[in-house]
Design a protein around this ligand. Structure first.
Ligand SMILES: Cc1cc2nc3c(=O)[nH]c(=O)nc-3n(C[C@H](O)[C@H](O)[C@H](O)COP(=O)(O)O)c2cc1C
Length: 183
């Protein structure tokens, strides 16, 4: 007998959220043209090309993250793990542009190699990007970033496959909508 299935054309965010399609949890750091730091959790993100190294993510056009990237063309993708889940979630709060979410969350900014936005000390890896291209659909903008420099905790980079598997079980994942972190 055929399985009982729901068929949908995915017409809204709620539909997306019902599909068990998981996304990684990241924190994107940016600065505006005055150098004010912004940090926000973003999970609609994926690597997209190896040579050149490109990644894609989607952002609401009204978010400070999108505004800052269009203004300064730079951003850093920071990879948090479960040990900083509560702090990571604070960066999802809608603060005014003058508020530095890193301070609110108690996360530590560290200097980057190739771009102005800081990276986050407590994260296990960082991808320093410049804006390659962008395309807007309604209220959302798809941002393609070219990775200029990346860093990773040595203990993860040099870990054996088994060790890596054990450590990375603590990565955070979420569904495509709803904002609930599954793990
Ligand atoms: C788990 C989770 C994932 C999220 N992923 C995204 C995302 O991929 N794109 C997006 O625009 N907003 C996403 N958000 C919402 C933003 O983090 C939130 O609206 C934030 O306040 C935007 O901050 P900003 O204005 O500083 O960019 C997510 C929120 C949560 C809780």
């Amino acid at each position: 007998m055929a399985k009982d299935r729901i068929h949908t054309e995915i017409t809204n965010l709620g539909d997306w959220g019902n599909i068990p399609f998981i996304c990684p949890v990241t924190i994107i750091t940016t600065v505006n043209k005055k150098g004010k730091v912004n940090a926000a959790i973003k999970s609609w993100i994926t690597p997209a090309c190896s040579t050149p190294p490109l990644l894609l993510f989607s952002c609401n056009i009204k978010h400070d993250t999108a505004k800052n990237i269009l203004e300064t063309r730079e951003f850093v993708v920071n990879i948090p793990m479960l040990d900083i889940k509560e702090k990571t979630l604070i960066t999802a709060k809608e603060y005014p542009p003058e508020v530095n979410e890193l301070k609110e969350a108690g996360l530590t900014p560290i200097p980057t190699e190739r771009v102005k936005p800081p990276a986050i000390e407590e994260c296990i890896a960082h991808l320093e990007c410049i804006l390659e291209w962008q395309k807007q659909y309604g209220d959302e903008i798809i941002i393609c970033g070219r990775v200029l420099s990346a860093s990773c905790d040595r203990k993860i980079w040099e870990a054996s496959k088994e060790e890596k598997q054990r450590i990375l079980e603590n990565l955070m994942i979420t569904l495509t909508a709803g904002g609930t972190i599954l793990k």
